[in-house]
Design a binder for this molecule. Sequence first.
Ligand code: FE2
Length: 342
Amino acid sequence: MADKHAGPPPGLHLYTRDGFLGKMAVAIRPYEVYEYTSVTGPHAPHQVALDRVACADASDAAALPTVVATSRNGVTLSVSRRTQPTPFLFRNTEADEVHFVQEGTFRYVTDFGTLEAGPGDFVWLGRTITYDVHPTGDAGLRIIVETPEMLDLNPPAPFGMVNFGRDVKRPAVTPPAEDGPRELWLKSFDGITRFTTVHDPVATKVIVDGTPPAWSLNLAAIATLSYAHGGPPAQFLQTPSTDLMFYTLSSRPPEGRPPQHHNADYDELIFYVEGPGAYGAIHEPARLAWVPKGVTHWGPEEHVPEGYLAWLLESRGTMRLTEAGAAAAVLMETGSFGPQAS
Ligand SMILES: [Fe+2]
């Protein structure tokens, strides 16, 4: 016998403010209202094949990650295919960074120690930390989010969703490389400023106080959150103004699709990482489903027995694809997040 609580009744339509945290209204309509037959203009849902982005740093070690989308609040989303170590040290003077490792393994050497990262890891690098990146495997694909605000781990409770003691890795101090001058790039809103240093600025003897402004955390280690009969996920990472909120959106109980949704204040960016299970029409790794705010959608079933890994980025600032992002994007239908039939 079907569970009367499994999923919404036909035509259910949820309107929410402040993502999933604010006031809401629910209507039952005589039919579903998420479908469309044509769309023109910039505010249209797209699926982006992040592994098909033409990345400058795939062949040029001195190139920066390729920007695929930007927001009105100064957030950028980039993709990197770096295969060689960065030939410079890097400081982002106006943004915190989160790097999601989709493929490959990397060593981040920072001025507070060394972090090793692999598939499924989020790596947070606080504003103006100094670092370089060394690929330690063959292929590499990283998704990089930059925000002018400070990102902080802030799950609903200090334990439960994230096991901080076990899963949040901090840099480890390692013996410094041979000293010598380094090229140091500082990124600001208007470009790169290049210094040549006298000594190696990341050489570290010991951390004597405080908490290094970097960590790594694997997506699979972040517990999904759900209520007995459905309900929204909860963020584990956010900025103080909640301009950005990060969630795991990996497969989770209970059965039944979420209601049709109309997100008044946030663009939804869903990053499908890998299966084996599909998320709606998405089954290829490294796919981004972007639903701009105010575009009605009906999210696919999330209770997929085979399981899949995915994460959600909510952005209060309206996003737009760059030329490089649009070149890897197709118009998306908003029921199973596959390509829109033309
Ligand atoms: Fe939604």
